[in-house]
Design a protein around this ligand. Sequence first.
Ligand SMILES: NC(=O)c1ccc[n+]([C@@H]2O[C@H](COP(=O)([O-])OP(=O)(O)OC[C@H]3O[C@@H](n4cnc5c(N)ncnc54)[C@H](O)[C@@H]3O)[C@@H](O)[C@H]2O)c1
Length: 397
Amino acid sequence: MKPCEHDELMTILVTGADGYVGWPTALRIADRTDERVVGVDNLARREWVERVGSVSAAPIASPDERLAAAAETGRGNLSLVEGDLVDRAFVDEVLAVHEPGTVVHAAAQPSAPYSQINGERANDTQHNNLQSTRNLLFGLHEAGLSDTHVIETTTTGVYGAPEFPIPEGGATMKNQGERDEVPFPAMSGSWYHTTKSFDAANLRLASKQFGLPVSDVRTAIVYGNETEETRQDDRLATRLDFDYYFGTVANRFCAQVVAGYPVTVYGRGEQRKPFVSLEDAVEGLARLALSDPADRPADLTVYNQVTRAISIVEIAETIASVGSESGLDASIEHFENPREEDETHQMEIENARYIELIGDQRVDFEAGMGDVFDVFTARSDVIEAHEDCFLPNVLEE
Ligand SMILES: NC(=O)c1ccc[n+]([C@@H]2O[C@H](COP(=O)([O-])OP(=O)(O)OC[C@H]3O[C@@H](n4cnc5c(N)ncnc54)[C@H](O)[C@@H]3O)[C@@H](O)[C@H]2O)c1
């Protein structure tokens, strides 16, 4: 890696820039700034999906093809460095070479079911996610980049399913007549989600000990496939997974309808889960990344990146009805729940700070799922050929 010549502009680093959320985020940021936008990714997600026997329904171009398309559509300021954030020397070198003023950290092993397969996957997930984040935080500190704005996509999953409305960040705790503001306790429900609870705690520590400005963006379940930028060229498409391990719930239900497979709801499915469209998630991250340094948090700010809580059954019904508008027959089947969860939990979650950040919500659930249906319908042969990936059978025998 050669040192690059720095001018007054500050580089924005986007980790996980080959991923479902990271790629369209990098595109949007590159669109709105003249600054250099440097993506970092080890392309592990491509391999993980292959390992579970599945494939992205939206064909995804190679990193080189993506970058060529980005340059042709006016984003010549976007580049990608391939490397592993678990490798501390690599992280230190990237930080030394690029001296980013902002880091959007979207790299992780993001699948709860994958982390739950066995001890080896739990270890891989926790090692990968925790070490990557620690390397970045300590790397920035030790490189003297203490004004760099760190923005991480953690998850709303760190909150668990409490009986009270979930606050946007901390909560007031009262004990023996005394009260104090405390970070919301980690009540995550998988080995993956716990990595984000731990990251949230480490982000807080880094903001306190190193003085880093931090935005902890607790991201809900993301649905959708298109953003303004990915529509411009097929080579700019982001991935769209539908298998049990890597397909997020709404996207996976949609693929099941297209394949003529029953929509699999685990248990009663009356529990409400938080959702956000890909378009809205990308907008929130881009706005934070491009925020005026004067408006950056002095220490740590938590955003609940969520636009709506919806029950799993409601999602299944909405998807079935969007499908039937396209002439697809959908049935919903309830399977025994492999997860331990309250199947009737009525989640309420505060999101005022996040909504203020993005202005108005841009894409609602029905519209977001319409895009997903279009991709899946065009690629129904691929989905049907991978129908066995809908259920947890690939790696668990
Ligand atoms: N998609 C969701 O519904 C959702 C919900 C909440 C939070 N998140 C979080 O948002 C972020 C992005 O999620 P996503 O759905 O785009 O996942 P993704 O797997 O598509 O993207 C993550 C990217 O990080 C890369 N990566 C992983 N480990 C790496 C490492 N050690 N070094 C370099 N690159 C590495 C992967 O190759 C992948 O391209 C993750 O932090 C995830 O936990 C996602």
